[in-house]
Design a protein around this ligand. Sequence first.
Ligand SMILES: NC(=O)c1ccc[n+]([C@@H]2O[C@H](COP(=O)([O-])OP(=O)(O)OC[C@H]3O[C@@H](n4cnc5c(N)ncnc54)[C@H](OP(=O)(O)O)[C@@H]3O)[C@@H](O)[C@H]2O)c1
Length: 332
Amino acid sequence: MSQIPNEFDCFRINQEEDKIVSGLEKIKLEDINPGEVTLKTEYSSINYKDALAATGAGKILRTFPLIGGVDVAGEVLESKDSRFNPGDKVIAACSGLSETNDGGYSEYTRISTEAAIELPEAMDTRTAMAIGTAGFAAGLAIYKMKLNKQTPEMGPIVVTGATGGVGSIAIDMLSASGFETTAVTRKKTHDEYLKSIGTSNIMCLEDMEMGERPLEKAQFGGGIDNVGGDLLSWVLRSTVPEGNVASIGLAGDFKLPTNVMPFILRGVNLLGVNSTTLPNSFKQDVWNDIAVNMSPKKIEQIVTKEVTLEELPEQFQAFLDGSIVGRVLVKI
Ligand SMILES: NC(=O)c1ccc[n+]([C@@H]2O[C@H](COP(=O)([O-])OP(=O)(O)OC[C@H]3O[C@@H](n4cnc5c(N)ncnc54)[C@H](OP(=O)(O)O)[C@@H]3O)[C@@H](O)[C@H]2O)c1
C-alpha cells in the first residue's frame, strides 16, 4: 500500500444542519468506508443522480459525509477478494456508491466485493466510465429486450430523452446491435449531434402529435424510454405486436397514463429497468454483453465533456438545468 499517499483529494458531500455542502477535501485512506478492493481511481462520470446528490436538489445520500460519484473505474492496488489481483482493472456502478458508501470522486477508492465488476477484456476504464450507470441502464434495457425476442426486423426502436446520457448511449448501442433507431428530443438544434451518434430519424417533442386513441399506428419495433408520462404512453400505443418497451427514467414525469389495449391486443411488453437491484453476477453478464455485442462506437461524440474534480460543481448545475448533452467523464 506504499503507493498511497498519506493524504489525497476527493470531492465529499456533507450535511451541515439542514443544508448540503460539497467540495474538494483532503482525506486519508482510513477516512473512506471499508471495502475488500482498494483502487487507484482512473475515471468516474457525472450522472443526473450525482448532481442531485452533490447539490442537495434530491435526497440521495443515506448517510453523511460521503464521497460523491456513483461510478468508478480504476486499477486494483490491494484486494481481499480472490477474484482480483493488484494490477487488475475494476468497475463499480449502480451499486450504492455515493448513496450508502463512499463514491468514485476520489484519487483512491475502496469498494466491496458485491460492488466490484471485472472490466471486460475488450474495454478500457475510460470507455467503461463513458458508459457508466447511464449507459449500463441502456445496455440492460437492450439485454432484456433481446432476451424477450426483440429483433431488428420488427422495426426501429424509439429512444426518448435522446440527447441525454442514457438516450445517447442507447442509440449508439442499438446501432452497434443492428437496430435502426428513432430519436425523440426536446432540443430542436441538436439534429447534427443525434446524426453523429448514429440515428437518422429524429422527432422533436414540441412538433409531435401523440393522439389520444387507445392504439396509435404501430410504427416502432420497441422503445427505450427515459421520460415517462404521456410520452411513454404514446410509445406503448405506437409499438408493433410483441414489441418490447423498456422504462428507464422519469425525466418528464413519474406517472404513466395508459390503457390495456397495447398489452392485450398487441402483446406489447413493458420491461422495467433498475440497474441497482441486480445481483453482481447478472451485472457482470450485462457488462460483458455490452463489451462484446453492443460496444458503443461513437463514444468520442457522446463524451461531450471531460472534467476534473475541481470542475465538478459547475457541471452539476448544467445537469439540473437539463442543458447537458451526452455524457460527462471525470478524469481523476
Ligand atoms: N432505471 C435506472 O436504472 C436508471 C439508470 C440511470 C438513469 N436513470 C434515469 O433515466 C433518466 C435519464 O437519465 P440520463 O442520465 O440520461 O439523464 P440526462 O442526461 O439528464 O438526460 C435526460 C434527458 O431527458 C430529456 N428530458 C429532460 N427533462 C425532460 C422533460 N421535462 N420532458 C421531456 N424530456 C425531458 C432530455 O433529453 P432531450 O432534450 O433530448 O429530450 C434530457 O437530456 C433519468 O430520469 C434518470 O434518473 C434510470
